[in-house]
Design a protein around this ligand. Structure first.
Ligand code: PLP
Length: 385
């Protein structure tokens, strides 16, 4: 079956700014400042400012932004870090690479965001930080996070890899905690032409330490004050990101419009067990993904729906099919099935519908019509038996 509606289409945004992107890359090529060049500095400053914070330190990936970022915040051996079980595995990898102990907690079934009451129960004398993951483009409530951090005396380290320029309670993603990690993986709301990431922070010491950690731990040339690594955002990638950044607010509002269309079109299907994740942040949700739940009341299971949509050329995704605590690589952490019922249930029921800037109103209608017809076909069959 040919794909009629892809899950994401990056070509749309790139075609419309092709010349501009080529010129930006050409300029780096001419200048030759491939490592820690001017476009990187410009992008770091611009992205930090747009996100409502002070410093930006570009690195090779979002995963490195988490791993090195935690180290830059002096979070590591002997510390426990609270994180949601239902996140992309990179959040966990970052914590482990920093040398800290990951402590998972469950999520809120309505939003899929970390359950802060569960987080409160996970606090021990060793808890050093909490990583709220601003999942699917929606921030974990900054007000509740700040209250939490204040009450339990822990640091907030945001995983904002899916939430570029998201807003809630008057805060932008990346401006709430001591530091925040972003990814520029190509399909993120702001994507590079390859891998990339950044740490944002308002803390000058964290910024300086991060600047050293990404550059072999050097405080000056050939003088190494920490066991750092090589993880810099390429100047070439920064040049691409710098060109794209001014378009990001429009792309995000396009995503929000599409989500609002989905919400409206899907409303009649709610009673059939098709439940969109709840938006609790109004126009501040940047909808990296549009996620629905196929709940217990639905006549079909998620896999059947996904297959039947694929059969009519509609691509969907699952973010994510296996919660972190059940991934085979991490059994030594000692978690098991049943530890986080909400995260485990969601992993079985969630489905991400096509979502990208430029997805048209008629395409959204088509996705929902296909879903409706799959469900009504099934209902009729049931009635005939
Ligand atoms: C994409 C992503 C990451 C990792 O980013 P990479 O650039 O792929 O290393 C981390 N956390 C979350 C929630 C993500 O979605």
């Amino acid at each position: 079956m040919t794909i009629r509606i892809p899950f994401v289409d990056l070509n749309l945004q790139h075609q419309s700014m092709k010349t501009q992107l080529q010129q930006a890359m050409q300029a780096v090529f001419e200048k030759g400042d491939f490592i820690l060049g001017q476009a990187l500095k410009d992008f770091e400053t611009a992205f930090a400012a747009e996100s409502g914070t002070k410093y930006g330190i570009g690195v090779a990936s979002g995963t490195d932004a988490i791993a090195l970022g935690l180290q830059a915040c002096n979070i590591g051996a002997g510390h426990e870090v609270i994180l949601p079980a239902n996140t992309f595995v990179a959040t966990l990898i970052g914590v482990l690479r920093a040398g800290a102990k990951p402590v998972f907690v469950d999520c809120d079934p309505k939003t899929a965001l970390i359950d802060l009451e569960a987080a409160a129960r996970a606090i021990t004398p060793h808890t050093k930080a909490i990583i709220p993951v601003h999942l699917y483009g929606q921030m974990v409530s900054p007000q509740q996070l700040l209250d939490f951090a204040d009450r339990y005396k822990v640091l907030i380290f945001e995983d904002a890899a899916q939430a570029h320029l998201a807003e809630r309670d008057g805060y932008r993603a990346g401006s709430v905690g001591i530091a925040a990690a972003f990814s520029f993986y190509p399909s993120k709301n702001l994507g590079a032409f390859g891998d990339g990431g950044i740490l944002l922070t308002k803390d000058a010491d964290v910024a300086q330490k991060m600047t050293r950690l990404r550059n072999y731990g050097a405080s000056s040339k050939y003088y190494h004050t920490e066991a750092g690594t090589n993880s810099r955002l390429d100047t070439m990638q920064a040049a691409v990101l710098l060109e794209k950044l001014p378009y990001l607010p429009n792309w995000n509002s396009d995503r929000l419009n599409i989500a609002q269309q989905y919400d409206a079109e899907l409303a009649p299907l709610n009673r059939l067990g098709i439940i969109p994740m709840q938006n609790q942040s109004g126009t501040g949700h940047v909808y990296h993904l549009y996620v629905i739940k196929i709940d217990d009341s639905c006549v079909l299971e998620r896999q059947q729906i996904q297959e039947q949509l694929a059969a009519v050329g509609i691509q969907t995704g699952i973010h994510y099919p296996i919660p972190c605590h059940l991934q085979p690589a991490f059994t030594d952490l000692g978690y098991q099935i049943g530890d986080f019922p909400q995260a485990e249930k969601q992993a079985k029921q969630i489905l991400s519908l096509p979502m990208y800037p430029g997805l048209s109103h008629s395409q959204v209608k088509e996705v929902v019509a296909a879903l409706a017809s799959i469900l009504s076909g099934e209902q009729q069959q049931l009635l005939c038996i």
